[in-house]
Write a protein that binds this ligand. Structure first.
Ligand SMILES: Nc1ncnc2c1ncn2[C@@H]1O[C@H](COP(=O)(O)OP(=O)(O)OP(=O)(O)O)[C@@H](O)[C@H]1O
Ligand code: SF4
Ligand SMILES: [Mg+2]
Length: 348
């Protein structure tokens, strides 16, 4: 099914005719706020607000957002576990919500998610062999001997000894459990992995190892990745592009090096300032930013720019007008930022 392209479909692909593997079009998730005697809707929490994104085959796009930014919600919407309030998710050019049951089943095989919490994601009562056998059986991909061999192969792919097939999740460390989660997601030979905060529950020392594993798997299995993270410390080397979510909105989207070296949105500068100094490679241009106020209430966001009550650069126009996402990049290298004063950071 061919759907017309959205004007906001922005990609760094050199080949514009390639269909994005994953596309979000004006994707929103709002939760109604009710009040009064009749419990009428008096407002809405905009957890995700008109997100647009096109992820090309083979690309790794990282979206960063603070706690409660809607990352897990986005992952669940992409996986069709939660319905959006409006907007669409397209997989390989087709809207998932409009697929027939058979097509959706096929798409589900090619589209897998790694859950945020490696501890909660694995059933403690199931042996590793059963955990990995489950997707193989559901999708009728292997049984008997071939299933055993595939389980061993999956464990090796993620750097675990096939001997571990007979163990239970509690016998593994956090990093090893995350490897098991990745192995399970790989069982169906997916094309796209949606990885929800793969590092947040892990010890700091283990985090780079999981990123290296994902980078290696991306190369060997030609995967496309959508990484959802709460800070930018470890993801620079693996990401082709980075998008920044703030109060449900995409406030910046650019090629990774552009975004790390020349962040155009003050919230991105704040996020980079919060990340470990390693991300700058010794640069000291971006200092940790002092916010000018507490985080606003999502049920009652500020007028104009939603970052304005915390932004040191806020001016009158920031209070009066909601900033649109504008392209301030060079030809062929889009750099989108939703800030009235983004130009002042462009030449730093
Ligand atoms: N039923 C609901 N009613 C109102 N708000 C909700 C509901 N479900 C989720 N939310 C809100 O949606 C927001 C997004 O939550 P989500 O778990 O997706 O954030 P996150 O970016 O994954 O955060 P974290 O980094 O903590 O994992 C939260 O602020 C949460 O309060
Ligand atoms: S629009 Fe104004 S308040 Fe918002 S990030 Fe830019 S300078 Fe800050
Ligand atoms: Mg989350």
């Amino acid at each position: 099914m061919g759907l017309s392209r959205h004007p906001y479909e922005i990609s760094n692909s050199q080949e514009p005719s390639v269909t994005p593997l994953l596309e979000l079009r004006q994707l929103s998730k709002h939760f109604p706020i009710r009040g009064g005697v009749f419990q009428r809707q008096v407002g809405a929490i905009k957890t995700l607000d008109r997100l647009n994104l096109a992820v090309q085959p083979g690309e790794t796009v990282t979206l960063v957002g603070g706690h409660g930014a809607g990352k897990s919600m986005l992952a669940r919407i992409i996986m069709q576990l939660v319905a959006p309030t409006s907007g669409q998710v397209l997989f390989d050019g087709e809207a998932l919500a409009q697929m027939s049951r058979a097509s959706l089943r096929q798409a589900r095989q090619q589209l897998q998610m790694i859950l945020q919490d490696p501890y909660a994601a694995l059933n403690p009562k199931m042996m590793v062999s059963d955990i990995l056998a489950e997707p193989l059986q559901i999708h009728k991909l292997a049984d008997g001997r071939s299933q055993k061999a595939r389980i061993a192969e999956l464990l090796q792919l993620v750097g675990l000894n096939p001997y571990f097939a007979g163990r239970y999740p509690h016998e593994f460390s956090g990093g090893q459990r995350q490897r098991l989660n990745i192995a399970r997601a790989l069982a169906t030979q997916p094309r796209l992995l949606v990885v929800d905060d793969p590092l947040v529950a892990l010890d700091t020392a283990v985090r780079p190892q999981i990123i290296s594993l994902l980078a290696e798997l991306k190369q060997t299995l030609k995967l496309t990745l959508l990484l959802l993270v709460s800070d930018l410390t470890h993801v620079r080397s693996i990401s082709d592009r980075v998008g920044v979510l703030h109060m449900g909105e995409m406030v910046e989207l650019a090629e990774t090096e552009q975004l790390y070296e020349r962040p155009l949105h003050p919230y991105t500068q704040f996020v980079l300032g919060q990340s470990a100094s390693a991300v700058y490679g010794g640069r000291d241009r971006i200092q940790p930013m002092q916010l000018t106020g507490p985080a606003p209430d999502p049920a009652n966001p500020p007028s104009g720019c939603r970052f304005r009550t915390q932004c040191p650069y806020a001016s009158d126009v920031c209070r009066d007008e909601h900033p649109a996402l504008r392209d301030l990049g060079k030809p062929g290298a889009p750099h989108l930022a939703a800030c009235h004063h983004a130009e002042r950071f462009a030449d730093l």
